[in-house]
Ligand binder design. Structure first.
Ligand SMILES: [Zn+2]
Length: 476
């Protein structure tokens, strides 16, 4: 166990908090519920941003920036939206020492201000589609917060698109859901279930909400991204119409979609261990660290000279750190880089020099192997690829081992209490029944999986007919 980190088996929640603080990913801010993202945590966010931004651009999107402040009246234009968001908004009532004529909401999300602007920019079908993404911060006054998972202010991206038809909007919402899924699987090494949210769980103001859902090591669900088909709701609220090809006025169709710094919480919960952070190589700010080992000054010079040569060979293709600090021992360095989740460590000492080799240590398995010096670069690269793949396979096997079809309410409650995980159960489609299950068991419907097959059954609680299973879990 790393110093200062509670074991997962003792207290999973405390393990998570200890890890975030000790690995220097984030720290508590002076304002309750806010967090400081420290350089190591921010570097992970930058890797995520870079990959996602590239994927957004490859699917035709462009970036823009809209203001932080939203007039109070805007939020009130869409009835469900104001009901969903107003209670958790921060409101600015004074500016420049004077009371404002109209209070300003600090954005909890930007649909309202963006659709106000789209009203100025859209006249005809020729102005469509608009495919804009924004990287920004948002504020939601949360009562119970946890570093990365739920904070009062967080960083995210929000895509806001405008379309000429419902079909196009639906296609876009599903396209972006799929982008999120690809990102989760290929970069985060995180298997996810893609599905539709129930009426009760959908975004305030959406026609349909889709999400990707992952399973944490303590067998709870974590929503990792959402994509909404907003239909014409925001266009109606902001009176945004366009002349269609038949020269008729029609309201514009919309989508919005987002992921946030919560992804870092999901990433930690998916792969990390009692030694600290375990990062999939594609999101690791430092892929490989070289630790020279020596006692005498003569050894130091010999080892460092080889270590520097090795670093030069590796640097063109890898993000690398040569840890040549004299102030701490090699053992201290090993622990620190394990804590911070560097995927591969290369150790070089005097005995390795005699054999013209280095020792490669892999973070997730702890495996250590000697490698002849000329082969180090190739071996580091294959190890990183293998680790990326193995982390995904391990997480997938874990999810499969913790996904249970259940057919009776008794079985549902027993498995939920004893094992947790994803429960696949029939549900009648009634919100009242969904709410009752939630109150009685604390489990929510995570989604109606898009890839589930039709299967006749009976609602696990009320016995009414159902045509397919949905995914229940306790969630973060
Ligand atoms: Zn029911």
């Amino acid at each position: 166990m790393a110093k200062g980190i509670t074991k997962r088996s003792e207290d999973y929640a405390q393990w998570y908090t200890d890890l975030v603080l000790r690995a220097e990913l984030a720290d508590y801010a002076p304002v309750r519920g806010c967090m400081v993202i420290r350089p190591h945590g921010y570097a992970i966010w930058e890797k995520m941003q870079a990959a996602l931004d590239r994927m957004f651009k490859e699917t035709g999107h462009v970036n823009a920036y809209f203001p932080l402040f939203i007039p109070e009246s805007f939020l009130h234009r869409e009835a469900e939206h104001v009901e969903g968001f107003a209670p958790q908004c921060a409101v600015v009532t004074h500016g420049g020492g004077k009371k404002l004529e109209e209070p300003l909401y600090v954005r909890p999300t930007s649909e309202t201000v963006i659709w106000y602007m789209y009203g100025k920019w859209i006249q005809s079908y020729r102005d469509l589609p608009i495919l804009i993404n924004q990287w920004a911060n948002v504020v939601r006054w949360e009562m119970r917060t946890r570093l990365f998972l739920r904070t009062t202010e967080f960083l995210w991206q929000e895509g806001h698109t405008a379309h000429a038809s419902m079909e196009e909007a639906e296609e876009e919402a599903l396209r972006m859901l799929n982008v999120y899924r690809t990102f989760a699987e290929e970069y985060m090494a995180l298997p996810v279930i893609v599905g539709q949210k129930t009426e009760l769980e959908k975004f305030a103001g959406a026609v349909r909400t889709y999400s990707i859902e992952a399973l944490t090591q303590d067998k709870r669900a974590i929503q990792a991204g959402t994509s909404h088909n907003l239909g014409q709701n925001f266009a109606k609220a902001f009176n945004v119409t366009f002349l269609n090809k038949n020269n008729e006025l029609e309201y514009v169709y919309a989508t919005s979609w987002g992921v946030s710094t919560r992804l870092i919480g999901a990433l930690i919960m998916a792969h990390s261990d009692d030694q600290g952070l375990v990062l999939p190589p594609r999101l690791a700010p430092i892929e490989v660290v070289i630790v020279p080992i020596y006692r005498t000054e003569e050894e130091r010079q010999q080892v460092l000279s080889v270590a520097e040569k090795l670093a030069t060979q590796l640097r063109p293709s890898l993000t690398l750190k040569l840890d040549d600090r004299d102030t701490v021992t090699p053992g201290f360095k090993f622990n620190e880089w394990e804590l911070k989740g560097v995927p591969v460590r290369v150790e070089i000492g005097p005995r390795d020099l005699e054999k013209q080799q280095a020792v490669l240590a892999r973070r997730d398995t702890g495996e250590k192997r000697p490698v002849p010096l000329p082969q180090v670069r190739g071996r580091v690269e294959t190890t990183l690829e293998a680790m990326q793949q193995d982390l995904y396979e391990r997480a997938l096997a874990f999810r499969e081992a913790n996904t249970f079809p259940v057919d009776t309410y008794q079985e549902f409650q027993e498995i939920l209490a004893e094992k947790g995980g994803f429960l696949l159960a029939h549900w009648c489609g009634d919100s009242a029944c969904e709410l009752a299950i939630q109150e009685e068991t604390k489990a929510t419907i995570r989604c109606l999986p898009l890839e589930a097959s039709e299967e006749a059954g009976e609602c696990v609680r009320c016995g009414k007919p159902s045509s397919r299973r949905v995914v229940f879990a306790k969630a973060y």
